[in-house]
Design a protein around this ligand. Structure first.
Ligand SMILES: Cc1ncc(COP(=O)(O)O)c(C=O)c1O
Length: 427
């Protein structure tokens, strides 16, 4: 489903005019389509029905409460990577027995929090982490379920910063070491070996890397199943890519499922999946307003009010995002779409054919639903954007725009500095 389409040259989010939302809530503004999220979930769930997976939405992709709640309403579980994400999950009523907890650096506090809440299992990245989980569980007089993460050493053919299943990456344990690691961890008090996990990277557009990784895991599963009576889960992670460019070949859920379901069914295990980007990526846009058009002898620049602090993907990964005019016209100009941040790396599009715009016009940056707002910051002391959820013809503000007071709210002016006379109140 493409939730962002033109009606008589005006861009709509489902049944709501984007220009109206920008007028009401200001810019930069993230706009999400609830029906796009629902449909992605349902399409994946239908394609994978043969394996009856527990689909755990990967909260890191977009952690807004309204987004997480949309998936909980579809009966999803959640994949989390921090105590903060666990807090968010529980705040919106997630069932802990459908939460899996990943990440290489879990602290004792985070582990104890998750054990107290009785989550489904931890995916474990190292032996020291398993030992720490055992200590925490012992302290709380509980048993913790764990699934070691295998690093299968396959190339997911994606950006090197989002490749996680090659031997030089910090994630998981190599396949050869896995049986030994499980035997050792299984002998720890308060640990139950519940399964195996993999997540080889993100924005993967071909099914082969998943296949190669799974083939490496299935043999290990067979031998672990024999050794550990509680071994019952195979968590195949996330990583399904989306179309950022109109001409980009897609990895459809149908192809993904057709190739992988026969492999995972052979294991006889309960399947867990952790999709993020696939569910939310194309269900969000970032709307910004043109501030200036400037040029130098070499280039044209369209300067907008959204910067790398709002959407860091182009600067960090050289990521491509399509850019549409909120009021469509037929012309294009060649240039860079840049933000207000004091960095040459602050761009949204480089050397691209952009819509012809003038000061005050609105632009919509596409495919901004995943790893967009969640990676935003207050760099250059810029308040973070507002977020709006559209559902049919209804729109709801789901996160207020930050104020300048919000961005300094945690800062402490010490006794020594009390001579500073604040001018805020006088405005
Ligand atoms: C362990 C784990 N699972 C799932 C995901 C979600 O990945 P994606 O958004 O590519 O589906 C990630 C992303 O980094 C991850 O690290």
């Amino acid at each position: 489903m493409n939730a962002f389409t033109y009606r008589k040259n005006n861009l709509y989010a489902e049944g709501v005019a984007v220009s109206r939302l920008a007028e009401t809530y200001g810019t930069p503004l993230y706009i999400y389509s609830r029906n796009h999220f629902r449909e992605q979930y349902r399409v994946l769930s239908k394609a994978m029905a043969g394996a009856r997976p527990l689909i755990c939405y990967s909260v890191k992709a977009n952690s807004n409460a309204a987004v997480v709640k949309t998936f909980l309403d579809e009966n999803a579980g959640l994949d989390i990577v921090s105590g903060g994400e666990l807090f968010r999950a529980l705040r919106v009523g997630a069932d802990p027995s459908k939460i899996v907890f990943a990440g290489v650096g879990k602290t004792r506090d985070e582990i104890e929090y998750a054990i107290r809440e009785n989550i489904l299992f931890f995916t474990v990245e190292s032996e020291p982490e398993a030992a720490r989980i055992s200590e925490c569980a012992k302290k709380l007089r509980r048993k913790a379920r764990i699934a070691f993460r295998v690093n299968p050493d396959v190339d997911p053919r994606t950006h090197k910063y989002i490749s996680t299943g090659k031997k030089e990456n910090k994630f998981g344990l190599d396949a050869e070491r896995m049986v030994k690691a499980c035997e050792w961890a299984g002998s720890l008090p308060n640990i139950e070996i519940a399964g195996l996990h993999m997540h080889i990277g993100s924005q993967i557009l071909s099914v082969q890397p998943f296949c190669h990784a799974l083939e490496k895991l299935t043999n290990i599963c067979t031998s672990l199943k024999k050794r550990f009576p509680a071994f019952r889960y195979l968590d195949i992670g996330g990583g399904i890519g989306i179309r950022y460019r109109p001409d980009q070949p897609e990895l459809t859920p149908e192809l993904y499922a057709k190739t992988l379901v026969p492999l995972i069914k052979k294991t006889g295990l309960s399947i867990v999946m952790e999709p993020g980007r696939f569910l939310v990526g194309n269900g969000g846009i970032l709307v910004c307003r043109v501030q200036y058009i400037k040029d130098n002898p070499f280039k044209k620049f369209v300067v907008v009010d959204a910067g790398m602090n709002d959407l860091i993907r182009p600067s960090l990964y050289d990521a491509h995002h399509e850019v549409l005019a909120v009021t469509r016209n037929s012309g294009t100009i060649r240039g860079d779409l840049v933000g207000p941040i004091c960095e040459s790396g602050d761009f949204i599009a480089k050397d691209r054919n952009l819509p012809v715009v003038k000061e005050n016009d609105l632009l919509a940056v596409q495919s901004a639903g995943a790893y967009g707002f969640v990676m935003s910051s207050n760099y250059n002391s810029r308040p973070r954007a507002a977020e709006v959820m559209v559902d049919g013809t209804r729109s709801t503000l789901v996160r207020k725009r930050e104020t300048m007071k919000d961005i300094v709210s945690g800062e402490i002016i010490t006794a020594k500095q009390t001579g500073i006379r604040s001018r805020i109140g006088r405005k």
